[in-house]
Design a protein around this ligand. Structure first.
Ligand code: UT7
Length: 341
């Protein structure tokens, strides 16, 4: 059996209305616009409204992607949401999104690989579609990171933003050379403590205020779930792993640096992006950049950056696009895609 090709037919994005500028952060923590811009490249980020949920951002991005593909939700065979900030512990945000979009019966599930969620999701869906499991899949990266940020921690609260990006993928003829080329994924849980957010039900410490214990069991009720990060250590490993994974994926598919037309990186920090572009000997003019306007939107950052590039009108059929991301876990990876719209 020959494997199907996998094509991106539609793409969309959504950013909540409220914009938080670096100046607004100066009022919250001991920081300056200059420090944030110089160390991260971020100037502003979007913040979810009090009455919005992650699923609402996902739905808005999905509607744009479906319209772009010229499809309705009834034509979709599966729906995957990559998110670190789900509406609920369960049900999955994907099922909430399915219902809000008016979809029925087809499978819907979440994927959790933090900032690498979209890259992981694309690899997973690609494999399933190549094997003939699904013909049309809606893949969304959606986050409300502002809901899990510690707004008193200047080392992390300046970095994140909210938003969603979505793509509609469709299986095509096996011999079509456009579409997905392939993916590479990695994780190393030895680094798990460098970047994390405890779950509200994660036991925190033996003397926690809301600790309940009897002879037979102990439980924790609600605690706080805030991002904790050893920033400079994460930075160092991110630069090294991303440099490695972009080389690895090109080697795997017998391609060269010079074959890549566009780099669409995870938008965590402009200095990390510059290091990866340098590794690929790519001019920054060939790199999708949203970090200044969006900050780090975790699993939404790669599809939002791709959507931004698409909207700029610079993508051409047949061009080779390299997507990459690095995340807590650590979990990292890359995808190669030949633009076929
Ligand atoms: O998406 C998942 C992956 N996440 C990342 O890739 C994030 C990776 N890390 C980073 O982007 C950077 O490490 C940060 C932007 C978080 C921090 O930049 P840095 O250049 O690594 O700074 P640092 O943590 O080494 O801190 C340098 C100094 C410290 O002060 P002292 O100890 O030298 O006096 C910090 O306390 O900068 C201070 N600092 C700040 N100063 C003003 C830390 N945050 C701030 C701030 N404003 N917001």
């Amino acid at each position: 059996m020959s494997l199907a090709s996998v094509h991106l037919r539609g793409i969309g994005g959504y950013l909540p209305e409220r914009v938080m500028h670096n100046r607004d952060l100066e009022a919250l923590v001991d920081t300056t616009d200059q420090w944030i811009v110089e160390r991260t490249g971020i100037s502003e980020r979007h913040i979810i409204a009090p009455d919005q949920m992650t699923s609402d951002l996902a739905v808005a991005a999905a509607q744009v992607a479906l319209a772009d593909a010229g499809m309705t939700i009834d034509e979709i065979d599966a729906l995957v949401v990559a998110t670190t900030t789900p509406d609920f512990i369960f049900p999955s945000t994907a099922t909430v999104v399915q219902a809000k979009l008016g979809g029925k019966d087809f499978p819907a599930w979440d994927i959790q690989a933090v900032c690498s969620g979209f890259v992981y999701g694309l690899a997973q869906v690609e494999g399933m579609m190549r094997a003939g499991m699904f013909r049309r899949v809606l893949l969304i990266g959606a986050e409300a990171m502002s809901r899990i940020v510690d707004w008193s921690d200047r080392g992390t609260c300046i970095l994140f933003g909210d938003g969603a990006g979505a793509v509609v993928l469709e299986a095509g003829e096996p011999d079509d050379e456009n579409g997905m080329v392939g993916s590479v994924l990695h994780a190393d849980g030895a680094y798990r403590d460098l970047l994390k957010a405890k779950h509200p039900h994660t036991p925190s410490s033996p003397d926690r205020a809301n600790h309940h214990q009897s002879a037979d069991f102990q439980v924790d009720s609600a605690g706080s779930a805030a991002v904790e990060m050893k920033g400079n250590e994460v930075f160092r490993v991110a630069v090294a792993k991303l440099g490695g994974v972009v080389n690895e994926i090109l080697e795997k598919y017998a391609l060269q640096d010079a074959d890549v037309d566009w780099l669409v990186p995870h938008q965590a920090n402009i200095r990390i992006i510059q290091a990866t572009a340098k590794k690929l000997k790519m001019d920054m003019g060939r790199v999708a950049l949203t970090v200044a306007r969006h900050g780090n939107t975790s699993s939404a950052s790669v599809p939002l950056a791709l959507y931004d590039l698409y909207q700029s009108g610079r993508l051409e059929r047949g061009q080779l696009i390299l997507l990459e991301a690095f995340a807590g876990g650590f979990a990292w990876g890359a995808n190669l895609l030949r633009w076929s719209k």
